[in-house]
Design a protein around this ligand. Structure first.
Ligand SMILES: Cc1cc2nc3c(=O)[nH]c(=O)nc-3n(C[C@H](O)[C@H](O)[C@H](O)COP(=O)(O)OP(=O)(O)OC[C@H]3O[C@@H](n4cnc5c(N)ncnc54)[C@H](O)[C@@H]3O)c2cc1C
Ligand code: FES
Length: 258
């Protein structure tokens, strides 16, 4: 059981949930996720927990989740207050593989910033460029937190209200046009078409690229087989909960989402 310590609305529909969960905080690494109970004590609905990436681990055994209310489960989660207790299973899955000493480019679209902040903190002493994008400046998330770590932060908004007027991938293209260090690794999370475009750019330049994927998840531990995505080599499927959620982008079939 984890104690709810905080529940803060960051912008319309987006919340930051803080839980006290010593063992998860101790074991977690960037890119891993938890299956979080969303229902209230005594309710049976919904039965299934919801997968959320670990946004940050903070001192004293606390973990944070940054999430958008998109349906029934996340709405119920947003109603929990300090003092409530939730069943949380985690940390689960395989997170980002950090290659010490190699420059990193982090690319987050919208809520895709959620797992990247924990990674940016782990990479605090490395050379890191963070590129964040969203439709409007109100939807750009965690800009201050990434900046506070000391990384270079580049922004894009589709309406031009902050940073470059355009897509996060326009900024990435510009960064890569300066001839990046060939050891650079790109880490990305966001909408599928964005990650596909990021992968294409990395692939063309022979750069390593790790993607954090989302899939509908019933169990989160390899039992239901509901989280399958196609492999790029045509040899069947990858299971996002146990083999991911972070994958080398070369392993994933980037055909339009099945
Ligand atoms: C490994 C992993 C990490 C995730 N991390 C985060 C996170 O840090 N922050 C965050 O806001 N969300 C995250 N998600 C997505 C989150 O799990 C879903 O938004 C949530 O389960 C929706 O539950 P719901 O009951 O509110 O919505 P539902 O009522 O179940 O669905 C509402 C809408 O959301 C879509 N949806 C539901 N679940 C998913 C999913 N897993 N992937 C894509 N679309 C979905 C449905 O198709 C539907 O259109 C993550 C998902 C995975 C698999
Ligand atoms: S979510 Fe059940 S096997 Fe992956």
């Amino acid at each position: 059981m984890a104690d709810v310590i905080g529940q803060v609305q960051i912008c319309p529909d987006v919340f930051l949930l803080t839980l006290r969960a010593d063992e998860i905080a101790e074991a977690a690494s960037p890119g891993q996720f938890c299956m979080v109970e969303v229902r209230s004590h005594g309710d049976m609905d919904p039965l299934l927990r919801r997968p959320l990436s670990i946004h940050r681990v903070v001192g004293g055994g606390e973990i944070e989740f940054l999430y958008r209310v998109v349906g029934h489960g996340t709405y119920l989660l947003s109603q929990h207050c300090p003092g409530d207790r939730l069943y949380v299973l985690g940390p689960l899955g395989h997170g980002f593989q950090i290659v010490p000493g190699c420059p990193a480019i982090l690319v987050g679209g919208g809520l895709g910033s959620a797992p990247l902040l924990f990674l940016a903190e782990e990479l605090a002493r490395d050379m890191v460029t963070v590129i964040l994008g969203a439709p409007t400046k109100e939807e750009l998330l965690c800009v201050e937190q990434f900046t506070a770590i000391g990384h270079q932060v580049l922004l894009a908004t589709e309406d031009g209200s902050m940073g470059r007027h355009g897509l996060v991938t326009d900024v990435l293209s510009e960064v890569l046009s300066h001839g990046p260090d060939p050891r650079s690794c790109i880490f990305t999370c966001g909408p599928w078409p964005m990650m596909r475009a990021v992968y294409d750019m990395a692939h063309k330049r022979g750069l390593s690229c790790q993607v954090s994927l989302e899939a509908r998840m019933a169990c989160g531990i390899g039992l239901c087989l509901g989280c399958a995505v196609r492999r790029q080599d045509g040899q069947g499927y990858l299971h996002v909960c146990t083999e991911g959620p972070v994958f080398d982008a070369e392993r994933v079939s980037w055909e339009p989402r099945q």
